[in-house]
Design a protein around this ligand. Structure first.
Ligand code: MLT
Length: 267
């Protein structure tokens, strides 16, 4: 694990393997280690970068608001630091919101896009109000409350004990300040729907069939709006499909990456 200083900010990331670069953007309220099964599966053939968004994991300090633009630009700064230009970006949920921001702001660097368990739409007024209430409750009751609140939403209907334990571990290493910043940033995120038709790189959309936060209908909307996107639905998985069904998630990811290798992209 390494870090890069951006002014007073330190962004922590892992950098494993060699080959074409793949950037992994994590979900809320987790951090880069949610991608451990994917880092392990990909690092034999790819250079896999996973970073902690500002305020989460070990990246400090937390901003007032972790906007998706900030998350995307920090990711681009890590790539600059590593001398990587072209990259395949994979984001799950909040990481998917940031991946869409990356696709808009750093279009020329994007060699492929993977959007897992995510959506392009902004929050409803009710959704935004829910995030503000969440921030208040988290401030009062702390990270145990955050874990109890989020665990059922993140998982399939019949949770897998090892996944639940891993999610709890990931959540509890975060802080109330970081979680609040991410909630504010997600509440403020723009609707990216109108940007989808301009995505020109190969795109894979994945979703757990039992995803309650961003259900399959949202994945279908994404896949329909992005030119030539491929949609894969993972039965028996919920929102954190990469942890609940790493075997099938990784096969889908590796197949997608392999196909990219055989269709070279313009520089
Ligand atoms: C996530 O899994 O990243 C978040 O729950 C997404 C959200 O709150 O919109």
């Amino acid at each position: 694990m390494a870090s890069v200083a951006l002014g007073k900010l330190s962004i922590h990331y892992s950098d494993a393997g060699r080959g074409p670069a793949v950037l992994l953007l994590h979900a809320f309220p987790l951090h880069r280690e949610m991608w451990l099964p994917q880092v392990e599966a990909l690092a034999g053939q790819y250079r896999v970068i996973a970073l902690d968004a500002r305020g989460l994991g070990q990246s400090r300090p937390a901003p007032e608001s972790l906007t998706m633009e900030l998350y995307a630009d920090d990711a681009a700064a890590v790539l600059d630091h590593l001398g990587i230009n072209k990259v395949v970006v994979a984001g799950l949920s909040m990481g998917g919101y940031a991946a869409l921001a990356f696709a808009k702001r750093h279009r020329t660097r994007l060699g492929g896009l993977v959007l897992a368990d995510t959506r392009a739409t902004a929050d409803s007024d009710e959704g935004r109000a829910g995030r503000l209430a969440f921030i208040d409750q988290a401030a009062k009751f702390g990270m145990d409350w955050v874990a109890t609140e989020m665990l059922p939403k993140l998982q399939r209907q019949q949770p897998l004990p090892h996944v639940e334990a891993e999610l709890r571990r990931l959540i509890r290493t975060n802080t109330v300040l970081g979680v609040a910043a991410a909630q504010r940033g997600m509440a403020r995120r723009a609707d990216a729907t109108q940007d989808l038709s301009a995505i020109a790189c190969p795109t894979l959309v994945m979703v757990g069939e039992e995803d309650r936060l961003t259900p399959p209908a949202m994945a279908q909307e994404l896949a329909t709006a992005i030119p030539n996107a491929k949609l894969i639905t993972l039965s028996g998985a919920g929102h954190v499909a990469n942890l609940e069904d790493p075997a099938r998630f990784n096969v889908a990811l590796l197949d997608f990456l392999q196909a990219l290798k055989s269709t070279p992209l313009p520089p």
